[in-house]
Design a protein around this ligand. Structure first.
Ligand code: ZN
Length: 225
């Protein structure tokens, strides 16, 4: 069914965020993952491609991914998008509370293993706490949208309020890196010069943060020991 996958990556805003549109070319339904910074451009791309935005998928609720106040900036996000489209906001249950002021009754709380259908394209929720308690990755066919959990060559920060280096180690080791080497990695930021995607196999070979053989080694690598 790979031929029906619709997938677009946009780099938006001042923090090199990647926003994704993902859906079905057959049914023309799509989700936007982590809408923020330039809502007009996101809506326009969906319009040009004749895709109907039925869902908003949230990897985690930091303002550079869902909108809100950050360092004195007011970033557009979920609230502004919901003024334009009527979509379900899919967020991990651990962080749904953060989105109530922005999304109210549109919120759909999910947990690890839940499945979502975008037309004939299936999205599997993989809960990957560590960067934040409700961080989650989205597995769509052979693509994994990783938010701030896994970057090309690195992983998300674990020194922020709500972060847990222990949980990040567990999420990377027992969830993300259990996926097939062919899985395409689509990160939440452009932090790798000239590279927009990777694969689980390539990260297994080159990413020092997923090569740690113990929690103690991971804590040392992330400056937590
Ligand atoms: Zn973040």
């Amino acid at each position: 069914m790979g031929h029906t996958l619709y997938l677009k990556q946009m780099e938006l805003g001042e923090m090199a965020n990647y926003v994704y549109l993902i859906g079905s070319t057959r049914t023309k339904e799509a989700a936007v993952i982590d809408p923020a910074w330039e809502i007009d451009r996101i809506v326009k791309l969906a319009q040009v491609d004749e895709m109907r935005l039925t869902h908003i998928l949230v990897t985690h609720t930091h303002p550079d991914h869902v909108g809100g106040k950050l360092f004195g900036l007011q970033i557009q996000g979920v609230a502004e998008l919901l003024e334009r489209v009527d979509a379900k906001v899919v967020v991990h249950q651990a962080e749904a509370g953060h989105l109530i002021p922005l999304a109210g009754s549109n919120i759909k709380r999910v947990d690890h293993g839940d499945i979502l259908n975008l037309g004939d394209v299936t999205v599997t929720i993989i809960h990957t706490p560590g960067h934040t308690p409700g961080s989650q990755c989205f597995l769509v066919q052979d693509c994994l949208v990783t938010g701030d959990t896994l970057f090309i060559g690195s992983c998300g920060r674990v020194d922020l309020p709500g972060s847990s280096p222990e949980q990040m180690y567990d999420s990377l080791t027992n969830r993300v890196m259990r996926l097939d080497d062919k899985t395409v990695v689509l990160p939440g930021h452009n932090y790798a010069a000239g590279r927009t995607s990777s694969s689980i196999g390539e990260e297994r070979k080159k990413n020092p943060y997923v090569q740690c053989r113990s929690l103690a080694a991971f804590l040392r690598a992330t400056g937590n020991a």
